[in-house]
Ligand binder design. Structure first.
Ligand SMILES: [Zn+2]
Length: 89
């Protein structure tokens, strides 16, 4: 029965599993006849350690509060940076 279930699952999902493998997606099999695909690039970014995600450079007390804060040099003001080891297309 287990072999039959595996063979049927491979038959049903074989083409999609192959596509996922080729494009580098992660494939999970949470249950028989169920698949979950995830592109690892979705976790390609993380919070910038230099500004803790604010995007603003750390400075002393604001001299002129009306002046916009300078951008963080580590992330360019975006508040996030690329993780290492994540493949990009
Ligand atoms: Zn930053």
């Amino acid at each position: 029965m287990l072999m039959w279930t595996y063979a049927l699952g491979a038959e049903v999902f074989g083409e999609v599993d192959s596509f996922a493998f080729v494009v580098g997606w992660e494939t999970a099999r949470p249950a028989p006849f169920a698949r979950a695909y995830r592109d690892p690039r979705f976790r390609a970014f993380t919070v910038c350690p230099g500004c803790a995600g604010s995007g603003e450079a750390r400075t002393g007390p604001a001299v002129r509060p009306a002046t916009p804060a300078p951008k963080c040099r580590g992330c360019g003001g975006h508040g996030r940076v690329k993780r290492r080891g994540i493949r990009s297309v």
